[in-house]
Design a protein around this ligand. Sequence first.
Ligand code: OGA
Ligand code: ZN
Length: 366
Amino acid sequence: MKIELDNKKIIFNNKYNKTEIHPIWLRERVRDEKYLDKNNDQRLFDPSLLNDINIENAQIDNNFLKLTFNDGVTSKFEISKLTSEFLDSENLSNTVKQKFWDSSLKNNPTYKFNKNFSESREMFNLLKSFYEYGFVILKNVPTKNNYIVDFANSIGSIRHTNFGEFFNVRSVPSPNDLAYTSLALPPHTDNPYRKPVPCIQLLHCLENEVSGGLSTLVDGFKVATHLKKNNPEYFEILTKIKVKFKFSDKDVVLENKGELIELDEKNNFKQIRFNTRLDYVPPLEKDQLDVYYKARKKISDLYNSERFRIKFKLTPGDIIMMDNHRLLHGRTVYDANEGKRFLQGCYIDHDSSEGKLRHLKRKFDL
Ligand code: OGA
Ligand code: ZN
């Protein structure tokens, strides 16, 4: 693909077709000092006020396009920057390809923490793996109380919830959530009742003396792919019906609605939701609910089957970072009399992880 001139027209030629680039589209990308604050890359002019912009003069000089506009502004554009915008190559989904997995996944994506981790190449690789697999494990993190907050803030900013800035996951008397018991937790996504649903969960293992309490993970997008192929009718209904999820305790009643498998405008997977402790399907026609209940049973069987679920033990110093819009997580039962099991958790948004990944990509010029 290349940029060509046709008299004063600027043409993007990608071999299959030619597109004329709009003069205002170019004019609003003028990056010279007078027009852009170098400290923050923000415009010092309002392009929505531009009108009747034409190109008076155009030249291609090696890797640069030199333009003079009819309002007197002259600028040099890096051609590679213009083409990458045309190809949307800055888009994360075009740089990191998701790899859907099942229980045949050989090695969990695992990294080792060090005190300079935050701004390192390893952090870049960790975030890349996170987008590929939907989770990563970080080992050797200091087992200090609240350290999860420091780690989360080294990526982005914490999403506070009614459980606080972070939460303690351990067995307590009179818990306001089953996570705070020693019961098994079947694969679920966290907090589908929140608006918006937290994007990423971080869990930091501080103590784990019990023989049970293994962590489990399932790639929801892999299961959804399987369902789409083998039970298209079930897939269809799970992508259509919006289910209500509800949480209540003495202080708050939280509700949100969404599909068990949500698709985006291009029919790609956007988000899965699954939490059978908290879901309330609307009172639809009996025939429709017949299909829905069969579909939910099917997807539940798949999520719980050995074919899709991986199981491993967290050891003190491990942080697991998982995409709550793609993966399901859970744990096996444990016996609290055997010893302590103590995790601290918090949520961050995709905004944080994507922002950090783009920053490190820029920093290391990758
Ligand atoms: C949770 C949870 C898993 C565990 O707190 O949301 O699912 O391993 N915990 O205790
Ligand atoms: Zn959970």
